[in-house]
Design a binder for this molecule. Structure first.
Ligand code: ATP
Length: 388
């Protein structure tokens, strides 16, 4: 960071520090060192004085956002179960709920003074969700009037989202918001499921499907639900204890295969163990839910992954890059420009194909280009040898 920016950010951070008691748990010098080291960053895309944590820091999670009055903790990681019959009794002592796990991206919505912002898992402002939440959560301002100490966690999902290539099969266009958690600020404690469900109903917040309560000793109906989700191509469930202390996730076999199908063109861009992890999860979940790793199970892998690969190789062989097309709807031109700025900031290569107003929305077609994934395939197709 250049010295001029550092001085300016230091001044801005001091204003927050003197007013926010949660931050004064640590001496100012510790924060200033975090700022100098790049662990603490000013938030771009808002005129409000906000900072975000780029990494876990002194008990606060990556993506935590600070303002003069607020601490919005990073969203906690949810451990994964690989086997229900042994995993559920290991973690749950009593009744629990199963919520549909929605495939999309996570945002935390909160109010800073007169503005409601949505931030991503890493604590960046999400211009898309900040623009679109009024379409799906029109009573959010009223909610924050009554509950200014809560943060709303939602999954933004659908083919019209700007970040992820998978979505629930029942969303055919645009996006939807699903509120799945409410965190109490500043600690970030999760509101227990039943209290949360009452608030979601009271404010007409759309939410994931809710099942239960279930008992840890009787998992047949939960397994039947997961077999149905698997047949319908849905992602899985997040299991939540009544007091909200225990959360675990469990994903359907088909969803692991879908992850592999979607990621295959971008292999040069994902960790090397990505495919192996999904295959292991597929084998275990298929074995548990369907009691068989038969020919049907093996064929499902190939049928899901291979059909589109021939076209991919042909395109790359013709000299085209690996790319992904997004069709997004914005309520404002400003939000669209802010999303482009966000991609520039995150060094994501984006080309705008078209942008025009349709029925009150700016409908934009964007193409993301993946240079690393392109060279991953291209070098091989061009005959370069690799020592592996
Ligand atoms: P982590 O579990 O560590 O967050 P991750 O980023 O890889 O890891 P996933 O494996 O996708 O995330 O699972 C957790 C995410 O699932 C949550 O961060 C949240 O965005 C999403 N999610 C979707 N539906 C729900 C739900 N009903 N309850 C909780 N989280 C949900």
């Amino acid at each position: 960071m250049d010295p001029v920016s550092f001085e300016e950010y230091r001044e801005r951070f001091r204003e927050i520090y003197t007013r926010n008691p949660s931050l004064r748990r640590l001496p100012l010098e510790v924060w200033e060192k975090a700022l100098r080291d790049g662990r603490l960053r000013p938030l771009v895309g808002t005129k409000k004085n906000l900072f975000r944590l780029r990494r876990d820091f002194k008990g606060w999670a990556e993506g935590t956002v600070f303002s003069e009055r607020l601490v919005v903790p990073g969203f906690p990681h949810i451990p994964r179960l690989f086997r229900l019959s042994t995993g559920v009794p290991r973690y749950f002592e009593g009744a629990f709920f199963a919520e549909e796990k929605i495939e999309g991206y996570n945002v935390r919505l909160f109010r800073v003074e007169d503005e409601i912002l949505a931030v991503t898992r890493r604590g960046f402002i999400c211009p898309f969700a900040t623009d679109r939440f009024p379409d799906f959560l029109p009573r959010l301002p009223e909610f924050f009037e009554a509950h200014s100490d809560l943060c709303v966690c939602a999954e933004v999902a659908g083919p019209g989202n700007p970040f992820v290539g998978e979505w629930p099969p029942y969303i055919k266009e645009d996006v939807r918001f699903f509120v799945f958690d409410l965190l109490r600020l500043p600690e970030g404690h999760r509101i227990p499921p039943e209290e949360k469900y009452r608030l979601l109903e009271a404010y007409d917040f759309p939410h994931p499907e809710i099942h239960g309560p279930f008992e840890p000793g009787d998992l047949e109906s939960l397994k039947a639900l997961l077999r149905r989700y698997d047949a319908e191509g849905r992602e899985g469930v997040v299991l939540k204890s009544r007091d909200a202390r225990i959360y675990v996730k469990y994903v359907t076999p088909v969803s692991h295969l879908e992850d592999i199908r979607v990621v295959f063109p971008y292999l040069g861009d994902v960790p090397q163990e990505y495919i192996t992890h999904r295959l292991v999860r597929y084998v275990l979940s298929r074995w548990e839910l369907f009691q068989a790793l038969d020919e049907g199970a093996w064929q499902a892998v190939g049928r899901r992954i291979f059909p589109e690969l021939e076209k991919l190789l042909e395109r790359i062989d013709r000299g085209e890059p690996v790319s992904e097309t997004f069709r997004l709807r914005f309520r404002t031109e400003r939000a669209f420009q802010a999303l482009l700025a966000h991609f520039r900031h995150a060094q994501v290569k984006v080309e705008v194909r078209s942008a025009c107003w349709e029925e009150g929305y700016l409908v934009v077609e964007l193409v993301k280009v993946y240079p690393r994934a392109t060279s991953f395939w291209k070098n091989k197709l061009e005959g370069f040898a690799v020592v592996d």
